[in-house]
Write a protein that binds this ligand. Sequence first.
Ligand code: PEP
Ligand code: MN
Length: 337
Amino acid sequence: MLVVMQEGAGEAQIQRVIDRMVAMGFTVHRSTGVIHTVLGGVGPEKDMDPIELEMLDGVKEARRIASDYKLVGRHFRPGGSVIKVGDVEIGGPAVVVMAGPCSVESRDQIERSAEAVARAGVRIIRGGAFKPRTSPYSFQGLGEEGLRMLRAAADRHGLLVVSEVMDQTQIEVVATYADMLQVGARNMQNYTLLRELGKLRKPVLLKRGISATIEEMLLSAEYMLSGENYDVVLCERGIRTFESATRNTMDISAIPVVKKLSHLPIVADPSHGTGRRDHVPALARAAVAAGADGLLIEMHPDPDNALSDGAQSLNPDQLRELMQQLRAIAPVVGRAL
Ligand code: PEP
Ligand code: MN
């Protein structure tokens, strides 16, 4: 159930509507916008007529929401959400680039990565310390030691940190070092993890599952918003199709589709989307042109010797060149970089 309050509705009116909704059995999520306050009610909407709420003082409109993603839906915040990671805003006028190696490998590797990332004008460094690898025999990440190295390198270069959390037991340690927690594609439907992240008050980067529909991704985000963590950024990272020329098929169309269906920002990961560094710049440019709020890009100081995802990692020069191209493209679609 969605209740849009009239422009200038008073606090007492809003509270009366909330009380009424709670009495009807709804859990109420409030979004206070510049013009309108919107109340999202999760509960027995099938059993009640929206007119009962529409008749209350100060209510502009009340209606049922057909989809299951009530809080993630665009109607909940028609103007879109801006998610703050430190002092960086994702979903605002600027396209936000996050870049760094797939994994934190050593003090020297992450230091050189941070230096290159900062030099390219990127504000957020990525790097996994807990790695979801397809094979149990592949490098699994350095764990907390890797997070410590990542944080130290980021701090030396004035960067913010995004890093992956694989299960709920890791939330505390990742949240200690990272400014934003990444949920990887393989965990998009780890509902225990999503529920726990719903209790966290830190932004989450939710990557689309390898075979997940857009609706499934939105419902996964709904798990966190329903726990009152509204700071979720979605990420299109390519999906599995019959095509074998690329590691995944980068679903650029997910960007405008998500923009229409949801108020949450969406970024694109052309590194996992293509699996090949020679194709990454083209898909990065396409994503920005399609309206992505940001990019997640793998960059390694020595990609050919990376412990994970080297083939899809740009080198520092390639990242700098890409940033230059994106600075030219962003204004064409009304954004800055
Ligand atoms: C990653 O970002 O390094 C990663 C493992 O991505 P994904 O979960 O999209 O495969
Ligand atoms: Mn990777």
